[in-house]
Design a protein around this ligand. Structure first.
Ligand code: B12
Ligand code: SF4
Length: 678
């Protein structure tokens, strides 16, 4: 198949292809409902690029768009995105097409899951159920209306709610074209899940588990070989599930790609062509995806206890800055999109001095999204903004130190607050959720959050609040006993999706439920924190939260102007020395560090730590700083004029001065400019 290739210094991954291998059969990679309309399917776009550069005929089919056109874009989006993901309504809709109709089972699902668990109204349920009647005509249309090779390979990508629709089409394809090989890959088929699903669905010939950049090409090439040598070749390919004498066999985990520069640039032609032809897809703006890295450098050191993000490949690998920049540049020029999103779990810190300045030069029209680690410095945040990375997901998750420790997040409540503050200053939107129900949490943890939240009401509030979900591959799932979790079992909804005799549901599920051992139960006080967070979010959405701003004065001092609802004073007037203190606690600092800063800024002078601490406590009293008892962070937003100095400071910490001179007392009494608000 003719494919315009973009090679940005890409090298071919090591491959085991025999020079005598016969010409591989054509490949079709499929994106089924409920895959997103607004972005290309990155995994199969990457695999298609690799197959094409090996000379293999490969097409990516966006059958999700065919379906969306049938049921209407709005309804598609509602089921794909607006319903709670773990209700699996999208998957359930296709169950009759996969297993045959079962009114009793359906009635139970609607009653137990949609009505009972998720409290959906009758009208909402009716709208969902109404989609059922479009499914058989859709499957018939794509089965007979599109051309499928008699032999060759059709590969389904499956993440989120794509399993049942994909299996329903795969079954029909196999029946109609018995020589066509059916393969599956994607998050829903990794590791034991792929093996068990393969066992349960005999029409699935192959599964690629995990990263398939090497596995799929090897499989496609092996599939063209005569049966005997094919089996030998398959057995030599890591990451594969296939059949030997009718029984499921596997070759263990895939080999993660070490050199990401060796990957091709994903091909998005098929996505944009399909989008042009789809009314439903054109209704939503397209997002361009790019991949800078795989795995997680933090998780490789300290795996966050609830995180199942990386399956079996946590080891961190990233593209070289030159390669990544080249890829982004060529892709965005070719496919101008209003937003650009990195799929990385965590930003590579070396990109701050390489990729980010490059993005700044590109002067992209729309915002970029990246996941980052929360303990960034001010100058990092400034670089993000300059590079137009205006939406980040920093994994804040909580504002309690103890809860953050329980989840091994490697950050603190004050650092999280500091990041929220800087992001507000630089106009960066922060995606964060307040998570609770961690084993070992205490009531005091949520009391801390309830105390802190109103003080940071002028910063971004959590987008949502919810209990943690027990995900496959997470430490909670892998070692529940270590954390005091018991009776780990698949979420009950799975039995409606896989009503198959003898199926090990535990091996197919991605999400689980559990009980808590005595003494490890979730804290009921989390409810209060959620109520406070939600009320503050509503306040913030209505634009009435107010703000806390630092305003430099001509005399070298600083005023802190407080328009937050319930402010203790309207403004504080601070002296030059006090201003220096506020500047230092722009970043989380101990009183000793503040003293060091004051001394460095006033050579020859000395400052008393007790004075400084008293002043800081006073600021805390006015809710203009927050403390964990040992450290302090200022809550006021710094004006643009002060930011460059603070950025420089955050880049290179000032050394301490050991010179002793006259002692300057801190005038801890702040001058009120106004009386307290009502
Ligand atoms: C970026 C990302 C997102 C993005 C966009 C996702 C996208 N790419 O479209 C956003 C922010 C929107 C998102 C949202 C959510 N996400 Co998300 N996300 C990811 C993340 C971090 C990267 C996905 C990615 O693009 N990877 C890079 C590509 C190249 O890899 P890939 O798609 O896996 O493809 C490779 C292999 O899987 C395989 N492969 C893929 N398809 C096929 C097909 C065939 C035939 C073969 C042979 C091989 C094969 O080969 C590919 C190349 O090696 C993954 C975690 C991860 N590390 O993968 C989670 C992940 C996909 N997300 C997940 C979840 C649960 C969610 C949310 C529900 C939020 C949440 N965490 O609770 C929402 C739901 C969104 C929705 N319903 O639309 C889960 C999915 C679990 C599942 N069983 O489906 C994952 C695995 C993380 C996790 N464990 O929690 N997510
Ligand atoms: S939650 Fe984020 S930081 Fe933690 S291990 Fe997972 S990907 Fe890494």
């Amino acid at each position: 198949m003719a494919a315009k290739q973009l090679h940005v210094g890409a090298r071919r991954p090591r491959d085991s292809r025999s020079p005598r291998a016969p010409r591989a059969l054509p490949v079709i990679l499929v994106q089924m409902p409920w895959g997103a309309l607004e972005r290309p399917a990155l995994g199969i776009s990457l695999l298609a690029a690799e197959l094409r550069r090996r000379g293999i005929d490969c097409e990516v089919r966006y059958l999700n768009m065919h379906f969306a056109d049938r049921i209407g874009g709005d309804r598609y989006q509602q089921i794909a995105h607006e319903l709670p993901h773990v209700a699996f309504a999208g998957d359930w809709l296709f169950t009759a097409a996969l297993y045959g109709s079962d009114p009793r089972r359906d009635a139970l699902y609607l009653d137990e899951v949609l009505r009972g668990q998720w409290q959906l109204q009758r009208s909402a349920i009716d709208r969902i159920v109404g989609v059922r009647e479009t499914i058989e005509p859709f499957l018939a249309e794509v089965l007979t209306g599109l051309s499928w090779p008699e032999n060759g390979l059709v590969g389904f990508t499956s993440t989120f709610e794509q399993n049942i629709a994909s299996l329903a089409l795969a079954r029909r394809l196999k029946r109609r074209h018995p020589d066509l090989a059916i393969a599956f890959g994607g998050a829903n088929w990794e590791a034991v899940m792929g093996r068990e699903l393969h066992r349960a669905f005999p029409f699935v010939d192959y599964v690629c588990s995990g990263e398939a950049d090497l596995t799929l090409p090897a499989l496609v090439e092996a599939h063209a070989l005569p049966l005997q040598s094919r089996q030998r070749q398959l057995q030599r390919t890591p990451g594969l599930v296939f059949r030997v004498n009718g029984a499921t066999a596997d070759t263990g985990p895939a080999t993660p790609i070490e050199d990401l520069d060796a990957l091709p640039v994903p091909v998005f032609d098929d996505y944009f062509n399909a989008r042009d032809a789809s009314t439903a897809a054109r209704q939503v703006p397209a997002t361009l995806l790019f991949e800078g890295s795989r795995g997680c450098w933090w998780g490789a050191k300290s795996h966050c206890t609830f995180c199942g993000l990386n399956g079996h490949s946590m080891g961190y690998r990233s593209k070289s800055p030159a390669r990544l920049l080249g890829e982004i540049t060529s892709q965005i020029r070719r496919w101008p999109c209003p937003t650009l999103e990195a799929v990385d779990n965590i930003l590579d810190m070396r990109y701050f001095d390489s990729v980010l300045p490059g993005l700044e030069q590109l002067d992209l029209p729309g915002p970029i999204f990246f996941e980052v680690k929360a303990n960034l410095k001010r100058h990092h945040v400034a670089s993000l903004a300059r590079a137009r990375i205006l939406r980040i997901q920093p994994g804040i998750e909580s504002l309690s130190d103890h809860v953050l420790q329980l989840m091994r997040k490697g950050t603190t409540a004050l650092r999280n607050v500091q990041l929220l503050k800087w992001c507000r200053e630089y106009g960066i939107s922060v995606d964060w959720n307040l998570l609770y129900a961690f084993p070992g949490e205490t009531d005091a943890d949520y009391e801390q959050i309830v105390t802190l939240l109103p003080k940071v009401r002028h910063l971004q509030m959590p987008g949502s609040c919810g209990p943690i979900r027990l995900d496959r591959f997470s430490p909670y799932f892998e070692h529940p006993e270590t954390f005091g979790l018991e009776h780990v079992r698949p979420m009950p909804v799975y039995r409606f999706l896989y009503p198959i005799e003898g199926l090990r549901l535990h091996d197919v599920a991605y999400y689980f439920e559990c009980s808590y051992a005595r003494g490890r139960e979730p804290s009921p006080a989390a409810r209060n924190a959620v109520a406070v967070a939600e009320a503050l979010r509503r306040e913030s959405d209505s634009g009435t939260a107010g703000s806390l701003q630092a305003i430099p004065r001509r005399d070298g001092g600083l005023s802190l102007a407080d328009t937050r609802r319930g402010a203790r004073v309207a403004a504080l007037r601070l002296s030059r020395y006090e201003r220096l203190i506020v500047e230092r606690i722009d970043e989380v600092s101990s009183p000793a560090q503040v003293v060091e800063y004051l001394q460095a800024a006033n050579p020859g002078a000395t400052f008393d730590e007790a004075d400084v601490r008293a002043f800081l406590d006073e600021l805390v009293g006015y809710e203009m700083a927050a403390t964990d008892g040992l450290h302090y962070v200022g809550l006021a937003l710094m004006p643009g004029a002060l930011r460059p100095t603070l950025e420089t400071f955050s880049r290179r910490r000032q050394g301490s001065s050991s010179r002793v001179g006259r002692t300057i007392p801190i005038a801890v009494r702040a001058v009120f400019e106004d009386t307290a608000h009502a």
